[in-house]
Design a protein around this ligand. Structure first.
Ligand code: PNW
Length: 441
């Protein structure tokens, strides 16, 4: 059982989240190639080399999908606009069909009483910009500001909340140091540049949207509880380094206008020129902050200045991603963010959820582990709220099973099951549990 809507403040917002490339079907509607298309086409990068060409076919089935969100009783829908769909070359010409799609989608939300929570960029960088160095090129901050302007012009008057970039850590570290996401680099200089430029792009996009009169502008970062694998001083130090790269770098930039010393020890020789001059933009005032939270990391000891990439196995149950279930981490980050960075600023849990290998049996999907996951994380969030942390909303990842990036279509995060042959949607037990908890709006 999930807690009821009535267990929360009356203005608390519940929503579901998705992202464009993961659900829409990138081959439709005149979208330009994205670096995820090229990355997935290179063998070894993505399970079965799957890509987002069709995904959930949301591009054609969006009305049914919005109906599902509204029928469950959610208040908000966190969605993203595909840069490569709207600007196929990344700059210059706008694909009118793509922009029309988002226009209809936003109107469709409003017709159903859903608040549109926009993310400008959830990872499908236009391939033409990737060819120019992508996030390694400082110019991306200005290309991105132009994209933000196109979206703000067309949708800005109807958007409830907006964040420029989903998860700067994934855009930079995971993609340029660990090589797990597009563009698949393993290069320290590329990483240092990408980590800085993603924040610069964020700041300029906030300025653009605010100049267009858009309100309720924020940022969304992902966090992973850094736990030492054992109680050796080496493991403790390694966990602290992991925490600095993963959990502190971006919020320190945005809220304190500096980067963690532990990171700069290794990054200093690799940073772009005059990076210190960019903090006025990076630290642009925000109206809210969102955190995406899934799991913890047991950090094994490692030498050198890097965060230990080597993890260790923890004792708790794991999801289909192999991610340990650790609800305390959500309480930890909510209280710590408010204490150290965001103060009185409204906080939102912009993603939380788990993957499983759900199958339909007799027309049902009995995903009770997912219901328990939500129950335990909601309880951790409520604990933080009871301690005075200003948490104002919670979004499930995800509405429906979708393209799980390098892991293809096998790992299922949805409240709604998607059959990737027929594209049929089937609400899971977890969807019904949310419907029961939220009641009608
Ligand atoms: C988030 N990691 O990504 C994203 O916002 C979603 O698009 C994604 O589907 C969801 O979480 C589930 O994975 C992450 O490797 C992807 O630490 C990978 C990591 C973290 C977040």
């Amino acid at each position: 059982m999930l807690p009821k809507r009535t267990d929360f403040p009356s203005d608390f917002q519940f929503g579901v989240a998705t992202s464009a490339y993961q659900i829409e079907g990138h081959s439709y509607g005149g979208a330009g190639p994205s670096h995820w298309d090229t990355f997935a086409a290179t063998p070894g990068n993505v399970v079965r080399a799957e890509n987002g060409a069709i995904a959930c076919d949301h591009y054609h089935r969006w009305e049914e999908d919005l109906d599902l969100i509204a029928a469950a009783g959610f208040d908000c829908y966190r969605f993203s606009t595909s840069w490569a769909r709207v600007m196929p070359e990344g700059r210059g010409a706008v694909n009118a069909e793509g922009l029309d799609f988002y226009d209809r989608l936003v109107d469709g939300m409003l017709e159903r009483g859903l608040k549109p929570a926009l993310t400008l960029y959830h990872w499908e960088l236009p391939a033409a910009l990737a060819d120019k160095g992508g996030w390694r090129n400082r110019d991306i901050a200005f290309w991105f500001a132009d994209f933000a302007k196109v979206i703000a012009d067309r949708l800005g008057d109807r958007i409830w909340s907006a964040a420029p970039i989903n998860e700067p850590w994934c855009v930079s570290w995971l993609s340029h140091f660990e090589g797990h996401h597009a563009p698949g680099l393993r290069d320290i200089r590329a990483t240092a540049h990408a980590m800085h430029h993603v924040l610069l792009a964020h700041g300029y996009a906030i300025r653009v949207m605010r100049n267009h009169g858009m309100k309720n502008l924020g940022a969304v970062c992902n966090f992973e509880a850094s736990l030492p694998a054992d109680d050796s001083p080496e493991a403790q130090a390694a966990a602290a380094r992991h925490d600095a790269y993963y959990n502190r770098f971006f919020v320190e930039g945005m809220f304190k206008r500096r980067y963690p010393e532990e990171v700069m020890t290794a990054f200093a020789p690799h940073m772009p020129a005059n990076w210190e001059d960019d903090f006025a933009v990076i630290g642009e005032r925000l109206d809210w902050f969102g955190l995406n939270y899934y799991t913890c990391k047991r950090v094994a000891s490692a030498d050198g200045p890097w965060p230990a990439l080597r993890g260790a196995d923890g004792p708790r149950p794991k999801t289909a991603m192999g991610w340990e279930i650790y609800p305390e981490g959500l309480h930890h980050f909510l209280t710590r963010l408010a204490r150290d960075y965001t103060g009185e600023l409204p906080l939102y849990v912009t993603e939380n959820g788990m993957a499983s290998f759900d199958a339909i049996e007799g027309g049902h999907v009995e995903d009770h582990q997912r219901i328990a996951y939500y129950r335990d994380h909601l309880a951790a969030m409520q604990r933080a709220m009871a301690e005075g942390v200003p948490v104002k909303g919670y979004f499930c990842w995800s509405l429906m099973d979708n393209y799980e990036w390098a892991l293809g279509y096998e790992k299922r995060f949805g409240l709604v099951h998607v059959d990737f042959e027929t594209l049929q949607r089937t609400p899971k037990a977890s969807y019904l549990a949310w419907q029961d908890a939220l009641g009608s709006r």
